[in-house]
Design a protein around this ligand. Structure first.
Ligand code: NAP
Length: 418
């Protein structure tokens, strides 16, 4: 079991190294023989170990490990840990050398929450219908009212615009943004469009809206931080961040899509997630490299804050989310609607129930409605919950010898003292 662990560790270091190597170097040299930052990759013994390690899933070598092997492995582990720490320092230096300027459209509960962390990594401008200028001041963020989108989009030199509005207002917000993006491109050139990022809690809906409405020159990254102001009170470390690099330099990610959406790609370009479109490689140009770099710098902010980075298609996200996030909100709302409250004899389990009610009901009803309305799987989730409730209650009735449907009127309410 030692060697698979080392294989994973070495692969991790190799991925870190790949992230660091300039694209041009990577293309011209084999990673195994080239320079990676300050290191020569062929010099570290971990790579040799990885080369002779079994494939993931194998149980390891059949022969018994020899004496001294553990010691050798520990030394290699220590070297790799040093190397990893150095790579991370260099990565951070690269990130800090070119800080992003980020606009956040929708400066409500979640917009403010992410602005606080973004402000540590770059210049941040918030924008909303309501006046949140005093809160922005406290967060060290500039505030521009949403009524002045022109100033935000055309005058400010933003690298990224994050859309943090409610799911239900997402489409209207994108449509309002488009003329300003077009104006910016008319004035500053087609390559001046900021990267557009969404953080909505459903993913297929915003993806489709963005692809259908934004100028094709705008790069798109669809994301969902699987946490919020309540669940991430103590920081983002270890929390899941889902993302899909939806479009870079006109190349649309095909992951999770049944077929290309007509009208999205320019002539001759087909939907493809590996940077190839219509037989032409679109990632082999400066514009693609610049676009990809900007996405990486944005993602690095979440990575630096400790998030568990999880690439995933929007479609897969919605399938998983219906039976995890949506059902959590649904149950929290249903239990909340029962009016449950603390008793003098609360168990730990009931404390968790009350916490669930508090957390889910702290989010706006717009958010809950958006989870239901714009995730095609949510209706199925509601149906399954109903069926499961009937099954469980039916089991109780059968034990009681009762045939028929449970009637709340035939039971005393035991939750309140009389
Ligand atoms: P929300 O109720 O989903 O959205 C509130 C935000 O939407 C406010 O900024 C509000 O601006 C804006 N808004 C509402 N209606 C609008 C309209 N017609 N036109 C323009 N803006 C409008 O609550 P939220 O928690 O802040 O969530 C924002 C986004 O983040 C959602 O897409 C949500 O799915 C996503 N998200 C939330 C969480 C979370 O834990 N809360 C976690 C991950 C992702 P004003 O206040 O200025 O009216």
């Amino acid at each position: 079991m030692i060697q698979p662990f080392y294989l994973m560790f070495c692969l991790l270091v190799r991925e870190q190294c790949r992230a660091l190597v300039p694209f041009s170097i990577r293309r011209n040299s084999c990673l195994g023989a080239g320079h990676v930052g300050a290191f020569r990759v062929h010099e570290y013994r971990g790579a040799r170990l990885a080369a002779r390690a079994p494939a993931p899933g194998d149980d390891g070598p059949s022969e018994t490990p020899t004496a001294g092997m553990l010691e050798e492995l520990k030394q290699q582990e220590a070297k790799l840990a040093l190397m990893l720490a150095s790579v991370r320092r260099q990565k951070l230096a690269v990130l800090r050398a070119r800080p992003l300027s980020i606009g956040i459209v929708g400066f409500g509960r979640f917009g403010q929450f992410i602005a606080k962390s973004f402000a540590k990594h770059g210049r941040v401008i918030g924008s909303s219908r309501g006046d949140y200028s005093h809160i922005a001041d406290e967060l060290g963020v500039t505030f521009i009212p949403l009524s002045d989108l022109e100033s935000l989009v055309v005058k400010e030199d933003l690298d990224v615009i994050v859309l943090a509005v409610s799911i239900v207002s997402f489409e209207d917000t994108v449509k309002a943004l488009v003329p300003h993006l077009q104006k910016r491109m008319e004035i500053k050139g087609n390559d001046s469009c900021p990267l557009i990022v969404d953080v909505a809690s459903v993913k297929e809906h915003p993806r489709n809206i963005l692809l259908e409405n934004l100028p094709e020159e705008c790069d798109i990254c669809c994301t969902h931080p699987m946490f919020g102001p309540d669940s991430a009170q103590n920081g983002w470390n270890g929390l899941t961040f889902v993302y899909e690099k939806t479009r870079i330099n006109k190349v649309v990610s095909g992951v999770g899509r049944e077929e290309p959406t007509s009208g999205i790609q320019t002539e001759g370009k087909e939907d493809h997630h590996d940077g190839k479109a219509g037989g032409i490689i679109f990632d082999d140009c400066d514009a693609y490299v610049e676009g990809a770099d900007r996405v990486e710098r944005f993602l690095s902010i979440w990575e630096e804050e400790g998030c568990r980075m999880t690439p995933m298609s929007c479609r897969d996200h919605d399938t998983y989310a219906a039976n995890s996030q949506f059902i959590t909100h649904l149950v929290g709302r249903v239990l909340g609607a029962q009016g449950l409250s603390s008793t003098p004899i609360d168990t730990k389990g009931f404390e968790s129930v009350l916490k669930l009610i508090k957390n889910t009901n702290a989010d706006s009803f717009d958010l809950f409605y958006g989870l239901y309305k714009y995730n095609r799987n949510s209706g199925y989730t509601i149906g399954s919950l109903r069926e499961a409730l009937d099954d469980v209650v039916g089991e109780l009735l059968r034990r009681d010898g009762v045939v028929g449907v449970f009637n709340s009127g035939n039971r005393r309410n035991t939750n309140h003292l009389e």
